[in-house]
Design a protein around this ligand. Structure first.
Ligand SMILES: Nc1nc2c(ncn2[C@@H]2O[C@H](COP(=O)(O)OP(=O)(O)OP(=O)(O)O)[C@@H](O)[C@H]2O)c(=O)[nH]1
Length: 203
């Protein structure tokens, strides 16, 4: 298994008001939960962070953005630049309930595409998606041109947009929780409730 799991943790969490990667859910920080999930799918991991001291406790390799204050596309670029593997799974640090089953489906799609990105009920999820290392050049060009929308970057590469129906046909029964991301304090409270419910009715 030659796969790198890349966690984007270089944002400002300004809507949350505190570092959302370090919020606790079920006795663990969100970033630890994600790292644990990624560990089962990848041979290497990288954290892309601009304030690295905050994540030293994870004991994982870290890199910083080369393009500063450009948002998640710069995180994707930095992660792919540092990666030593063709196949990479990128995850935002604010998605507490990602599915490893989905991660494996997205990574498999890289046999035929440069990227695989879920689109669930009309909403694209490029921050839980698989990217080949060879998309780094297109990311760099987009950053150079100051085209920072990931949706546009996906047009520049051979990306497979995987809709809910296709995922269902492949036997993956998605839940909204898999794509849940926390931006606001209320959404953190919601995540705590979701985790408590999951604990009551484990699958
Ligand atoms: N490496 C890197 N990651 C980023 C950057 N901006 C956002 N991210 C990450 O991308 C994901 C989604 O980020 P957002 O929620 O859109 O932005 P944020 O800055 O974290 O939060 P807000 O300040 O509330 O907008 C999170 O995992 C962020 O850590 C960046 O400039 N560099």
């Amino acid at each position: 298994m030659s796969i790198t799991g890349i966690i984007l943790a270089g944002g400002h969490s300004s809507r949350m008001g505190e570092n959302k990667a370090l919020l606790q859910i079920g006795g663990k920080t969100v970033i630890e939960r994600i790292a644990n999930q990624l560990a089962s799918m990848s041979s290497e991991m990288i954290i892309v962070a601009n304030n690295q001291e905050e994540y030293q406790f994870l004991g994982l390799p870290m890199v910083s953005d080369q393009w500063k204050e450009k948002g998640p596309l710069a995180g994707i670029h930095a992660g792919l630049t540092a990666s030593n593997t063709l196949k990479n799974l990128i995850v935002a640090c604010d998605m507490p309930f990602i599915s490893t089953e989905l991660g494996k489906i997205l990574l498999k799609k890289l046999d035929t595409h440069q990227a695989a990105v879920p689109e669930i009920e009309g909403r694209l999820h490029p921050l839980y998606a698989a990217y080949r290392k060879d998309t780094k050049e297109a990311a760099e060009q987009a950053l150079r041109d100051n085209r920072l929308r990931i949706r546009e970057f996906l047009h520049d590469i051979n990306a497979s947009i995987m809709k809910g129906d296709e995922l269902k046909r492949m036997g993956f029964l998605y839940e909204q929780a898999h794509f849940f991301n926390m931006n606001l304090p209320d959404e953190y409270q919601m995540a705590l409730k979701m985790a408590a419910e999951k604990g009551k009715h484990p699958k």
